[in-house]
Design a protein around this ligand. Structure first.
Ligand code: ADP
Ligand code: MG
Length: 525
């Protein structure tokens, strides 16, 4: 019954991609292996070679993307059908890839990582259900995507809805009151003992338990009685911040927690933040709760410290040991050079001497008439990053009345930060996306992942705290290769020691793209 994998097709080696792909994989024991997977030649090959559903392929066409980006052409073959992507290479090495691979991708901001992991997750669900002849209207949670902020998770849901149109699958954003189909697990000495399914979806509970993924049938014996906790969300893919899902998993009687054995695909978007001390325990909590032995984990970001990579590797190994399965190959893909900004942004460092100087400088940026010969001007809409919630609030108060009434007045400036209620945050996002707000003052809460189509620039009112923070903040502009983005960083006397980090990132980014006429994809382990 299990894993009745389709027979291997021989791959047309006609992929006309000009991007050289050199690769390595890891066996998770520190020896590294070069791989040369077949890159995706066109979006059309997703269907013709890798067999994604017609509907999903059409939905992609409807989005009007002409050609896959590097991260897409590199990652999709390996995620969809590693055995095809590697072709003969795999046979030679005898590496069992039929269980798929775990994956780690580092690729620039705005380069289309989202649809890469969404297509892979959706395809996995559809293929399994097709193989197991699961009826169309079944919903079972098979993919969990973790993102660090609610803004990013809602955006991923929106992208997902476009890809899922007409497929019958559902993607939902986690919320506080949502109930999921989970199994209850009593915490006990022997780890890894799973227990009873807590509840299916309200009407078709029986049907659903008949159709659990094949691997769930291998789960250890069921031990506890069913307990219903209200109606269960009908979702096949769930997008969540770490805390929301972990709260659900830990809710209920003390000494017990819930696990999600039906989940087969765990995606960590902005993985380096999710594995950072701030979110690490929560992320690991969810990861551990995904008890399916066939779980595929993938990590995505534009920045990835080597400590974070090791952490991910250790977790994968520990998890495999706990479940008594052998770890699957971890494949890593790096596009460009890690920790650099995209090339199509103009960077400016502006010395403002003092705090007061920052305010003056920002006011100057708000008045496009001001004579300024320091390169392209910053045109609204733009984002202004401050270091704290309080500073974002204070700056908003200060600037509120700077835009003349006839131009829309205070409605043109808004603040978004973690100090606001969810509804306010949503309203600000809506107004900014609609073009009603021209200047959005924020914190690093919006530094990651958020895709505003028309953002022309970014002001670092406060110097970012790390090179990664700089890369992500300025990466809110220049997305999908758009030209004309401007990034301005203010610094005072006190900032001088810290601005060096920023200057180094800018220099490294310029050098990389000057010395690398062809874009490149590199596989490492
Ligand atoms: P990342 O997660 O890598 O920062 P996103 O997934 O948010 O980037 O994508 C950035 C933007 O690029 C989005 O608006 C997305 O719709 C668009 N995009 C994605 N893939 C392509 C493509 N192949 N061609 C053109 N635009 C694309
Ligand atoms: Mg992203």
């Amino acid at each position: 019954v299990k894993k009745s994998k389709k027979k291997k097709k021989s791959c047309s080696s006609s992929s006309s991609s000009q991007v050289a792909a050199a690769a390595e994989t890891t066996k998770k024991k520190d020896e590294r292996r070069q791989l040369t997977p077949q890159p995706l030649g066109s979006f059309g090959e997703l269907r013709s070679v890798y067999g994604i559903s017609r509907r999903v392929a059409e939905n992609l066409v409807a989005q009007g993307y002409r050609e896959p980006t590097e991260v897409q052409l590199g990652s999709l073959p390996m995620l969809l059908r590693p055995e095809i992507a590697l072709g003969a290479e795999e046979e030679e090495e005898g590496e069992g890839l039929e269980r798929g691979v775990d994956f780690l991708a580092v690729a620039p901001t705005g380069s289309g990582k989202t649809i890469s992991f969404l297509i892979a997750a959706v395809n996995g669900i559809m293929r399994r259900r097709w193989q197991d002849k699961v009826p169309q209207d079944t919903h079972e949670l098979e993919a969990v995507i973790i993102a660090p902020t609610r803004e990013l998770s809602h955006q991923i849901v929106n992208e997902g809805q476009k890809i899922l149109q007409g497929t019958g699958l559902r993607i939902l954003a986690m919320n506080k009151h949502m109930q999921l189909s989970a199994e209850k697990q009593t915490l006990r000495e022997e780890e890894g003992e799973e227990e009873e399914e807590e509840s299916g979806s309200d009407e078709d509970e029986d049907a659903e338990s008949d159709q659990e993924p094949a691997s769930a049938k291998e789960a250890p014996q069921k031990k506890e009685k069913k307990k219903k906790t209200g109606s269960v969300a009908k979702a096949d893919l769930l997008v969540t911040t770490p805390a929301l899902l972990l709260n659900f998993l830990n809710s209920g009687p003390a000494g017990s927690s819930k696990v999600l054995p039906s989940v087969r695909d765990l995606v960590l978007d902005e993985a380096d933040v999710l594995l950072d001390p701030l979110f690490r325990e929560q992320t690991f909590g969810i990861w551990t709760a995904c008890t399916n032995p066939d779980l595929r984990t993938s990590c995505w970001s534009a920045t990835m410290g080597s400590n974070i990579e090791s952490l991910a590797t250790e977790k994968l190994n520990a998890r495999a040991a706990l479940l008594g399965v052998s770890p699957r190959p971890l494949v890593r893909l790096v596009v460009g050079l890690k920790d650099t900004a995209v090339p199509n942004i103009t960077h400016k460092l502006t010395y403002t001497a003092s705090e007061q100087g920052k305010l003056l400088a920002l006011r100057q940026l708000l008045r496009p008439t001001a004579k300024d010969d320091s390169g392209p001007p910053l045109r609204p809409p733009f984002l202004v990053f401050t270091q704290t919630i309080d500073r974002a609030g204070a700056l908003h108060e200060e600037l509120k009345y700077d835009i003349p009434l006839e131009a829309g007045g205070s409605a043109r400036i808004a603040a978004l930060h973690g100090g606001l209620a969810d509804a306010e945050r949503s309203a600000v996002m809506r107004r900014f996306r609609a073009g009603e707000v021209w200047v959005l003052i924020t914190t690093d809460v919006l530094a990651r992942g958020v895709d505003f189509a028309g953002v022309n620039g970014v002001v670092n009112y406060d110097v970012p705290g790390s090179s990664a923070a700089y890369v992500h903040r300025v990466g809110r502009t220049g997305r999908a290769g758009r030209e004309g983005g401007v990034a301005v960083t203010f610094y005072t006397k006190e900032d001088i020691p810290f601005v060096k980090t920023v200057a180094n990132v800018i220099a490294a980014s310029k050098k990389l793209y000057a010395s690398t006429p062809t874009r490149f994809v590199k596989w490492v382990s």
